[in-house]
Structure formats: structure tokens, C-alpha cells
Design a protein around this ligand. Structure first.
Ligand code: ADP
Ligand code: MG
Length: 575
């Protein structure tokens, strides 16, 4: 991407260590106390004044108002990580903070930032080897998968709830062969966390999806036993006289005749549905009002405007073949369900289809006192799902509680002592940095972080490579304690942290970019593309390494993509 001006030249202002390193440190400092099973909660108050009490790293991060551009780069990188990996947000933030801190010391001692970045990259490859060595394979049916799930949710709720959620999540996942597409989460405010439940079947959310159901439940019929299910992938309607536009009405008698004709068409439609022994009619689009009432009267449950994903799931689970129009409906295309039930959940209504003969489908009905709590519960369960799927997908698991990072520490420190050039410094710094995880776990458990670290080093040195910091703060075997995580989690945390620290370290200074022509409307459009932060400030990073190709980073997606417009941006850079 062509930037034309000062960004390519040596920076004219001092590299402001605080500007660039400060935000990373601040984010890490904010999150440190939330790490692990003893992590304390943060009270996050958003702009609208609503309050969330949480110790989930991603939620805290979302609640932070970060003005510094570098801070936003870091937050976005961590968010991207959280989206892809599902766990390890806090860990990543702490690692970024520590890697930046360590780099700062090295740069002060005269090491060039690029040497630090290179040293970190080489440390990363040793780190990966160390984690691989620690990895134990697991089978989808293993008890370990359950332990992975409960490790991921430890500290979010009381121990019993954590265990229960881990159990229902893993049981549900197993029943759908770990296919996330067949497991749906529904969060409903109102009620207690303990009212959350696993439903083997499909829940159709009648409020969220604007689906409406008439004549069902209102007259006391709440459950249909063993119904047939017809799926219409379109709308159910009868042609009305107005719609056809060809009828001329000259007298009240004519009008009555037209209405009579419409009613006859409706009755015909309803009869044709009822005649085919349809008990539940699930329609992807709308069902005309009069037909709905008629259907309900004829004993057919009409479900209209069903969300596409729910519609498809019902088709597969009920073994039904969707048709585009009611006229195409054949008996052998009807699906079945063991029962269809209407339920009121926290002020909302759902239709529950269970006992389905086709492809298995699971739903988790998650409850929480307020919309925020319900959503937070959903978020935690999503993380739990993600790690359980990672673990079951064959990648293997490593002991948690900082055991993985201790192994990384040893491997990288070992390597540092065997090289005799300057890169040893960066390796050493990296090794030190990763111990932030066991240190923070120990401190949060009320134990002395240095004592814990010494004990960990000794135990690992003696071959007890599963030694980590337990919930009590004591050092013990994490496999025995059932504290395990998919190797993908620590590995990806380290990768994200190294990449993000590298990004920050390579920044020499922050420059403001302004449009050359200053034209209002269009200029904004361009900003939107190039700078997903969308705040009206562009930021260019001179790379400062003499490549002579100053470039712009998009702040916002954390991947540094520039938006891909050809021919550069209409910007000029100025200080
Ligand atoms: P993150 O956002 O990084 O996932 P968490 O607050 O979830 O942060 O803490 C994760 C860390 O806590 C991991 O290092 C994990 O191994 C550790 N951990 C989780 N449960 C336990 C436990 N019961 N005992 C010791 N460590 C645990
Ligand atoms: Mg976690």
C-alpha cells in the first residue's frame, strides 16, 4: 500500500515507550486478578450504565474503554483469538503484557526491536515443541473431555454448577458427534442458573424468530403426542381477490360472492392439509391469518416464519422432506416427532420438538436472572463447547494450572543457555515472560508466586512435567487434579501473544493520517474501509527498519489487513 510521505522516513519524534507499551501493560494489569479458578470478578459498567459482574476475560475486555490506538490493536488481536479458540483470553492478554515488558528492558539495554521480535519467534518454535512433548492424546469418549470442559468453566460459577454445565455440554456434544451445527444454545433471562437444562431435540424460539403459533397452548392443549410434521419451505396462502386484481365488484352481492370464494379456497387448503394427516405444519415463511385460524380449528398446529437454521434442523431431525407448496405435500414426505410441546420460558415462548427419529439434535436452554447474565452464561458455555470440541478433535490435551507454561519456560531457557549470540537475551526474556501464568495463578490463590515458581521448576526438573498450580495454590499433578486443556489453547495463546507483541514492537511511532482533499462524505467511506476502528483517525506505522515502505495497518480486525483497495488511499500523513 503506497504511503507517500513521512512514514517512510526516520521518525522525527522519540519512540514513546509509554505510548506504545503502556496500553498492553494496562490491559494485562486489569486482567491479572481474574485469571484461573480463584480469579476475582470485575464489575464492568457499560456506557448505558448497565452492569455486568464477570471474570471472563473477553467480557472484561469488551467493557474496557480503550482510547490508545495500540491498545485497540491489542484488544482486537485478543478478540480474534477468543473468537477462534474460545478460551485463553486472559492468558493471552497477560502474555502480551509480559512480552512487551520484557522487550522494553531488552531495548533499553540496546537490543534492536527487530532482534527481540526475531528472538521471540524462535522461542515460539521451541515452545511449540515443549507443548507437543507434554501432549496426551484423547478420545472423544474419554473422561478427559469432561475434565477439559470443567477446567474451562472453573471459577465462573460455584463448583457444582461448573461441573453440571461441563456435564450437560459434553453429553449434548457427544450425542451429536461433536457437530456444533447440531447443538443450539438458547439464552433466556428470568429464572435461575440452575433452571438451565439440556433438551434432546429442537427448540423453536417463538419470540426471537418472530415465529407465531396460533391456537396451540391457548386452549389448554400444550402437548401433541406422536405428531406428524410437514415442512413447507415457502408461504402458505390462498389467492385473494385483491391480490389477483382482476375482479370487479359492482354490488354488495358481488363482494359477498368474492369473500365466499376466498373462504372456500381456504377451507380447501386447510382440508387438503388435514386430509394428509398433518399434525404440525412448519412453514418457513408466513401462513395467512385466516388459514392459521382454520388450521388450528382443524387440529393442525401452524408454526410460521421459522428461522432458516431451525427449519433445516427440523427437516433433518424429523426426517421430513420440505416442499415448496402445500399442494406438493405427500404423506411419505411428512416427518415425525415423539412429542411437540409449547413451553413458556421466562416470559418468552418456545415450541419443543423431541423424540425425533432422524439426525440427532441437542439444545441447551440457558437461564440467568437478567439478559446480561443469560448472555454471559451463553458465552461461557460457548467457550466450554469450543474447548471440548478441540479436545475431541484429536489434538490432545496438556495439563493446565500453568504446567504447560512451566514446560515452555524450561525448554526455552535451556535453549537460551546453549546459544552464544544476542538472541539468547530474547529467549531468556521470553522464558521469564511465560511464567506470568503460574505466577498469577499462585498469587490469585493467595500463595507466594516465587515459591510456587521454584517448586514448579524443581518438580518439572524431576520429571513431573504435569505439575501445576492447583486451585488451593499448592503445586500438584494437574492430570490427577483433572485440570487439563486442549494443547491448542496454550499454543494459540502463545502464538497470538507473540504476534501481537511483534506488531506493537515494530511500531516506531503513531502518525495521524488525514485525507488529502478533506472531502467529507466520500472520505468517510474510505476510512471505513481502511481503518476498521472507524473512529475517523487513521494511523500509519512507519516500520522504521529501512525498507522504505511505510505502511498502514488496519486497526480493528487485528489481522493488519489494509482493506485491499487498489492504488492506495487518498491520505497524506502528518504529525
Ligand atoms: P483464560 O481467559 O485465559 O481462559 P481463566 O480465568 O479461564 O483465563 O483461567 C485459565 C487458567 O486457569 C488456565 O491456565 C487453567 O489451566 C487454569 N485453571 C483452570 N481451572 C483450574 C484449577 N481447577 N486448578 C488450577 N488451575 C486451573
Ligand atoms: Mg478460560
Amino acid at each position: 500500500m503506497a504511503f507517500t510521505t513521512e512514514a517512510t522516513e526516520e521518525s522525527s519524534t522519540e519512540r514513546g515507550a509509554d505510548d506504545l507499551l503502556g496500553p498492553g501493560r494496562a490491559i494485562a494489569a486489569t486482567l491479572r486478578g481474574t485469571l484461573g479458578p480463584n480469579g476475582l470478578d470485575k464489575m464492568v459498567i457499560d456506557r448505558s450504565g448497565s452492569v455486568v459482574v464477570t471474570n471472563t476475560g473477553a467480557t472484561v475486555l469488551d467493557g474496557l474503554e480503550i482510547d490508545a490506538p495500540i491498545g485497540r490493536v491489542i484488544r482486537d488481536a485478543i478478540r480474534t483469538h477468543a473468537r477462534h479458540v474460545g478460551d485463553g483470553t486472559t492468558t493471552t492478554a497477560l502474555l502480551v503484557g509480559e512480552l512487551l515488558d520484557a522487550a522494553d528492558g531488552l531495548v533499553e539495554r540496546g537490543l534492536h526491536p527487530t532482534s527481540v521480535v526475531d528472538g521471540y519467534a524462535s522461542a515460539m518454535s521451541h515452545a511449540r515443541d515443549a507443548l507437543d512433548e507434554l501432549t496426551v492424546p484423547v478420545d472423544p469418549g474419554d473422561e478427559r473431555v469432561r475434565e477439559v470442559a470443567s477446567t474451562a468453566v472453573t471459577g465462573r460459577w460455584d463448583a457444582a454448577s461448573a461441573r453440571r454445565f461441563a456435564d450437560i455440554t459434553v453429553d449434548a456434544l457427544r450425542s451429536v458427534d461433536f457437530d456444533a451445527a447440531r447443538l443450539t444454545l438458547h439464552a433466556y433471562p428470568g429464572g435461575e442458573l440452575a433452571d438451565s437444562e439440556r433438551v434432546t431435540g429442537i427448540l423453536v424460539d417463538l419470540d426471537g424468530s418472530s415465529t407465531t403459533v396460533d391456537g396451540f397452548g391457548t386452549d389448554g392443549r400444550r402437548t401433541l403426542a406422536d405428531p406428524t410434521v410437514a415442512l413447507v419451505d415457502g408461504e402458505v396462502t390462498t389467492p385473494t381477490a385483491e391480490a389477483s386484481g382482476t375482479v370487479t365488484v359492482r354490488s354488495p352481492d358481488d363482494l359477498a360472492a368474492v369473500r365466499e370464494h376466498e373462504r372456500a379456497a381456504e377451507s380447501e387448503l386447510v382440508r387438503s392439509i388435514a386430509d394428509r394427516d398433518v399434525d404440525v405444519l412448519v412453514c418457513q415463511k408466513s401462513i395467512n391469518d385466516a388459514a392459521k385460524t382454520e388450521l388450528a380449528r382443524a387440529g393442525v398446529l401452524p408454526v410460521e416464519r421459522t428461522r432458516r437454521d431451525e427449519f433445516d434442523a427440523i427437516a433433518r431431525a424429523a426426517d421430513a422432506t420440505p416442499v415448496t407448496a402445500v399442494a406438493d405435500l405427500e404423506r411419505d414426505e411428512l416427518g415425525r416427532a415423539g412429542s411437540v410441546r409449547r413451553r413458556s420460558v421466562g416470559g418468552g415462548t418456545v415450541v419443543e420438538l423431541s423424540g425425533l427419529p432422524g439426525e440427532s439434535h441437542e439444545s441447551l436452554l440457558l437461564r440467568g436472572g437478567t439478559p446480561h447474565v443469560a448472555e454471559e452464561t451463553k458465552r461461557i458455555v460457548e467457550d466450554c463447547l469450543a474447548v471440548a470440541r478441540h479436545a475431541a478433535s484429536g489434538g490432545g490435551v496438556v495439563p493446565g494450572g500453568g504446567a504447560g507454561m512451566t514446560a515452555v519456560f524450561r525448554a526455552v531457557a535451556d535453549r537460551a543457555s546453549s546459544v552464544d549470540d544476542r538472541s539468547a537475551l530474547a529467549l531468556d526474556a521470553f522464558a521469564e515472560a511465560v511464567t506470568v501464568i503460574p505466577r498469577a495463578l499462585a498469587r490469585n490463590a493467595g500463595a507466594d508466586p516465587i515459591d510456587a515458581l521454584v517448586a514448579l521448576r524443581n518438580r518439572h526438573h524431576d520429571g513431573e512435567t504435569a505439575a501445576g498450580v492447583a486451585r488451593s495454590g499448592a503445586v500438584r499433578d494437574m492430570f490427577d487434579a483433572g485440570v487439563v486443556e486442549p494443547v491448542a489453547v496454550p499454543a494459540r495463546c502463545l502464538e497470538t501473544a507473540v504476534r501481537t507483541a511483534g506488531l506493537v514492537l515494530r511500531v516506531d511511532e503513531t502518525l495521524d493520517a488525514k485525507p488529502i482533499d478533506g472531502s467529507g462524505a466520500d472520505g468517510d467511506g474510505h476510512r471505513g474501509t481502511g481503518h476498521s476502528g472507524g473512529d475517523g483517525h487513521g494511523h500509519a506505522h512507519g516500520d522504521g527498519h529501512g525498507h522504505g515502505d511505510g505502511h498502514a495497518h488496519a486497526h480493528g480486525d487485528g489481522r493488519g489487513s489494509g482493506g485491499g483497495r487498489d492504488g492506495g488511499y487518498p491520505w497524506a500523513l502528518s504529525h
